[in-house]
Design a binder for this molecule. Structure first.
Ligand SMILES: Nc1ncnc2c1ncn2[C@@H]1O[C@H](COP(=O)(O)OP(=O)(O)O)[C@@H](O)[C@H]1O
Ligand SMILES: N[C@@H](CCOP(=O)(O)O)C(=O)O
Length: 322
């Protein structure tokens, strides 16, 4: 595999995008996830350019978070996704010169690995004439995500691929279903600039839940989903409780309780862990509240130059050609 550091900037045959995502959405550990995009119109997700067809695979990486990726591009998920895609299709494919714009921080809780996986698999399938069905492609994405995070979970790849708030449907051929959402809701995503690997944050999780905990988890998720269908905003917000991961992960995110209390005092609906963290998400009832939450989190949660805080709406579109 030939790796070079430069490709002509800007030129490409096709350009693809996939949005950031928040796994769990507090109440649905591994079963619920949402895709978001900034209200500013900024692209907060990875972009992949198919630059040319050529004899060998070639990957160039640009973008704000390129420094957080493995120095050896052979270790990049985009290239391993090409190999996995080719195996699944079952015959050799033309090799490609690719350019990844790494716009999402790695190990952030924003579904960064899932975003690169989704944009890559979506791009290859689209470019080569859609040899895989949506379900086959989603399964390929989830397997790739399982390889990095230490467990197959769909709650980042599904929303990043399809957009919206997605509920996973265990043992169903449909795999996931898009849930209703309150159009006025805004979500502030605040990434402090520090790295927390998903694998490490999964290693602290309880291996077993008691019968009581299992019923409480199923009950709270059911309450949230039914409140969305009933259009009962107050009940949906009240059900946003993470009874599975947050108790185990709070020691990794010691600022969470203090920030939550401060934002609750300002009327913000909810503050939760985005995916495995360290990004936090603040659920807000309108644009004004979102600005308030963003200002507060920028001042009190951002730690270094890599940090970013974004006011977002639900990304309805998911992965797409640009
Ligand atoms: N294109 C890529 N995007 C993100 N991570 C990548 C990529 N290629 C390789 N990796 C590696 O995959 C791992 C992703 O870590 P993870 O904690 O799962 O991130 P996240 O929670 O942000 O998805 C890291 O070790 C990272 O170096
Ligand atoms: N359900 C997963 C979600 C991980 O999301 P990431 O963005 O941190 O990779 C978990 O909570 O482990």
């Amino acid at each position: 595999m030939q790796i070079t550091s430069e490709l002509a900037p800007g030129a490409y045959l096709k350009r693809y995008y996939a949005p950031a995502s928040t796994g769990n959405f507090s109440v649905g550990f591994d079963l619920l996830g949402a895709a978001f995009e900034p209200v500013s119109g900024e692209l907060f997700g990875d972009v992949l350019d198919i630059v040319a067809e050529q004899a060998d695979m070639q990957l160039t990486i640009v973008g704000r978070y390129v420094h957080q990726l493995p120095a050896d591009h052979n270790d990049n998920l985009v290239l391993s996704c090409f190999d996995a895609f080719e195996r699944k299709v079952g015959h050799n494919l033309p090799k490609l010169a690719l350019r990844l714009h790494k716009n999402l921080p790695v190990g952030s809780g924003l579904g960064s690995s899932a975003c690169s996986i989704v944009v890559a698999c979506y791009a290859f399938n689209d470019y080569f004439g859609k040899p895989l069905s949506e379900a086959e492609l989603l399964q390929l994405m989830a397997e790739a995500e399982g390889g990095v995070s230490g467990g197959v979970h769909y709650d980042n790849v599904a929303p990043s691929y399809f957009g919206g708030l997605q509920l996973m449907l265990p043992q169903s051929a449909q795999i996931c279903r898009s849930l209703p959402w309150f159009a006025q809701w805004r979500v502030v995503l605040s990434y402090p600039g520090t790295v927390l690997s998903t694998k490490a944050a999964r290693a602290v999780l309880p291996q077993q839940l008691s019968l009581g905990q299992s019923i409480a988890f199923a009950g709270m998720l059911s309450r949230f989903v039914s409140a969305l269908y009933a259009k009962d905003e107050a009940d949906a917000v009240a059900a946003l409780q993470d009874l599975v991961a947050e108790p185990a992960r709070t020691p990794l995110l010691p600022e969470l309780p203090g920030l939550r209390a401060a934002l609750a005092g300002k009327g913000i609906l909810h503050l939760g862990i985005s995916g495995a963290g360290p990004t936090l998400f603040a659920l807000c009832s309108n644009d004004e509240q979102a600005q308030l939450a963003a200002d507060y989190l920028s001042r009190h949660y951002e730690k270094n130059q890599d940090a970013t805080t974004q006011i977002c709406r639900l990304s309805q579109g998911g992965a797409r050609a640009l």
